[in-house]
Design a protein around this ligand. Structure first.
Ligand SMILES: Nc1ncnc2c1ncn2[C@@H]1O[C@H](COP(=O)(O)OP(=O)(O)OP(=O)(O)O)[C@@H](O)[C@H]1O
Ligand SMILES: [Mg+2]
Length: 237
């Protein structure tokens, strides 16, 4: 479904990504892990169109992805959440979903919005101001909801669970798991928590200093001492 080939990104003199290869098949659930600054969010920015790579190719279904503007990628079925939730201020939860739906699908489908609100447990919060009147879990849920409203085939979750306390995190993890099982969406999640990755993902890709250093089952990855050293930020000199 998605294939990145030898993608490199440079910001000034900084090589944020070097020859990154990433493949996501239909219905797969892939974890993208690695220490802070490894380039994880940059991978999402390349896929969604916010960052233009300096080299490499990318295909999504039959599309030459890098030639497509941001809105065309959304229409083709790529949706992402942001590490810092970015609701449209001054709008309600429901209005945020409506805007996302129009952006991603070109039409409005109030019934689908109701389903998303219900699935995310946001029905009671639908008419609240999205910027000011939500708890952190609700902000996170809305961020996922905005992505779902675009009717995606591939969902990119950037630390969708980060900052939640244990119970909230467990509930949210189960909700995402259910979403994957029920819809067969392909999902890539950026997440630091090993337990969460192991629970959700069939495969995890480890980035370190902009390079893919492992692409394996979570079980194997988190047993590899080299990977764990990079993961925990302990590096040999
Ligand atoms: N727009 C930008 N301009 C300049 N440098 C950037 C930009 N975006 C990212 N970087 C740099 O690229 C590197 C990779 O950043 P990125 O945000 O992709 O890391 P990350 O793996 O998502 O980290 P974190 O776990 O902290 O979210 C970092 O050194 C970061 O400072
Ligand atoms: Mg990031």
């Amino acid at each position: 479904m998605l294939q990145l080939e030898d993608i490199s990104v440079a910001f000034g003199g900084l090589a944020a990504l070097s020859n990154v290869n990433l493949r996501v098949d239909n219905g797969e659930f892939v974890g993208l892990v690695g220490p802070n600054g490894a380039g994880k969010t940059t991978v999402f920015n390349v896929i969604s169109g916010l960052v233009k790579p300096t080299a490499g190719n990318a295909r999504f279904i039959a599309m030459d992805l890098l030639k497509q503007p941001i809105h065309a990628r959304a229409r083709a079925g790529i949706a992402r959440t942001f590490q810092i939730p970015q609701p449209l201020h001054e709008l309600t939860v429901r209005q945020n979903l409506i805007v996302a739906q129009k952006f991603g699908t070109g039409h409005s489908d109030p019934k689908r919005i109701d389903e998303i609100l219900d699935f995310l447990g946001l029905t009671e919060r639908a008419e609240r101001n999205a910027a000011n009147d939500l708890a952190l879990t609700e902000h996170k849920a809305l961020e996922v909801g905005k992505a779902l409203a675009t009717d995606p085939k591939l969902l990119l979750l950037d630390e969708a669970l980060a900052g939640l306390e244990t119970t909230g995190k467990r509930q949210f993890t189960q909700m995402i798991k259910q979403l994957h099982e029920e819809t067969g969406l392909a999902i890539v999640i950026i997440e630091h928590d090993i337990e969460t990755i192991s629970e959700l993902c069939q495969r995890a890709v480890v980035l370190d200093f902009g390079k893919v250093i492992a692409d394996e089952t979570p079980e194997r990855i988190f047993r590899d001492p080299e990977v764990m050293r990079s993961y925990t930020g302990e590096r040999s000199a």
